[in-house]
Design a protein around this ligand. Structure first.
Ligand code: ATP
Ligand code: MG
Length: 392
């Protein structure tokens, strides 16, 4: 009897045409996520199997349960399809579990097996009743459900089924560029985008010396947390100081944030094209701050024709925080380091900016050459699973 992890696919099973693409992507992502483990992954059309040893099985399950595109993970005992062997294994497994009521469910995928599913369930049920005292069968609401799946060579006895995250395998939808600040919202936006199959690259704007190394390391740390879902993530770091200082010097304070965000979008769009990303992703949420009113969003968005996905646009802050806590980014996000958006912050940013005024103010300085320079000098790093953590 050996333990095998059985992977059931999610939503993709209904998408016949893309099925192989989906399965291959899950396989690839799983392979990357488990690169440090001694495992054998076997894929077939309706499920995947991971063979590993008893010592690492829990770690492997913990990693695999965060791979998008998987519906559930079953820890099974695999035995030869042989009635005696199945029976002795069932007893070995059930004797270790505490329960008062139970039910056996058999799925006979191999019709050459001589006993029908129904009869086999009854037979195993009787065997358990005979060997374990003080228990009874309850077909409607059993405390313990024992599942047996009979296939041609092997039979799988389910020990535990764990629900996974669902979604689509990361990368199946193409690449997106996430505008990642050190805040609460953008890592959550990145997570939600990955859940729909988008592979992330990230862009971070820093303004040294006004923003610190600690602030940058915080962003790197956030990326490394997102590695849970995508084993390797590129981070583009843009030095935004010159542009920000020019804005501070030349722009009406009311419009500083509007113009600053228009600059961020312009740079992000160029980096997106250089890196074959298809969409921008950010953590904007309608109404949260002055730059996220619908008028502000439309004036800011006006600099680009690239689709912008805002996964948390319609979530309440508390809903975003819930997700941030669940995906483990919250504790890092709330560390108190300055973001380039919070320095030089005007007291009264405009809530309903006008496009014409923005265009007029922007004539005050030669932002195009500054943008070119910032992109030319950008630093790009790749942050991967199992890499050292970032000291903050
Ligand atoms: P967050 O919690 O994600 O920082 P926020 O509520 O503080 O968001 P803003 O600071 O207005 O909102 O930023 C809105 C979005 O713009 C962020 O979610 C992020 O996607 C992007 N953004 C802001 N600052 C930066 C930055 N320094 N680098 C990259 N992207 C940024
Ligand atoms: Mg922010």
């Amino acid at each position: 009897m050996e333990k095998i992890i059985l992977i059931k696919y999610g939503e993709l099973t209904t998408k016949k045409v893309n099925r192989n693409l989906f399965i291959n992507k899950i396989y690839e992502n799983m392979h990357n996520a488990l690169s440090n483990y001694d495992v054998k992954i076997i894929k077939n059309r309706d499920r995947m199997f991971i063979e590993t040893n008893d010592k690492t099985i829990d770690n492997v399950v913990n990693i695999v349960k965060n791979i998008f595109g998987i519906h559930s993970i079953v820890i099974t005992c695999r035995v030869k399809t042989d009635i005696e062997e199945i029976e002795s294994s069932v007893l070995e497994i059930t004797k270790k579990i505490n329960f008062k009521t139970f039910k056996v469910e058999t799925d006979r995928a191999d019709k050459s097996f001589p006993v029908t599913s129904m009869d086999f369930s009854k037979r195993i049920g009787a065997l358990i009743l005979k060997n374990i005292p003080n228990i009874k069968v309850d077909v409607h609401n059993p405390e313990y459900l024992l599942r047996i799946e009979i296939r041609h060579d092997y039979t799988y006895i389910y020990e535990k089924e764990i629900k996974a995250l669902g979604g689509y395998p990361v990368g199946i939808a193409g690449k997106g560029l996430l505008m990642l600040s050190g805040g609460i919202d953008s890592p959550v936006a990145g997570y939600l985008a990955m859940k729909r199959g988008i592979k992330l690259e990230c862009i971070y704007f820093e303004s040294p010396p006004h923003t610190s190394i600690a602030a940058k390391n915080k962003v790197k740390k956030l990326v490394s947390i997102l590695n849970t879902y995508q084993a390797s993530i590129k981070l583009h770091i843009i030095n935004f100081t010159e542009i920000q200082e020019a804005i501070y010097k030349n722009i009406n304070p009311e419009y500083m944030i509007t113009i600053m965000r228009r600059m961020m979008y312009r740079i992000s769009e160029k980096v997106l094209h250089e890196n074959n990303c298809l969409v921008l992703i950010n953590g904007e949420s309608v109404g949260q701050v002055a730059s996220q009113t619908l008028t502000s969003m439309s004036v800011i968005n006006n600099v680009t024709t690239t689709p912008v996905i805002r996964p948390v646009a319609c979530l309440d802050k508390l809903e975003i925080i819930d997700i941030a806590k669940r995906i483990n980014t919250y504790e890092t996000s709330i560390l108190p380091y300055e973001d380039c958006c919070t320095i030089f912050l005007p007291k009264h940013p405009v809530i309903n900016p006008k496009l014409e005024k923005s265009l007029e103010y922007e004539k005050e300085f030669d932002y195009n050459s500054m943008i070119e320079k910032a992109i030319l000098e950008k630093e790009t790093i790749t942050i991967s699973l199992n890499q050292k953590t970032f000291d903050i």
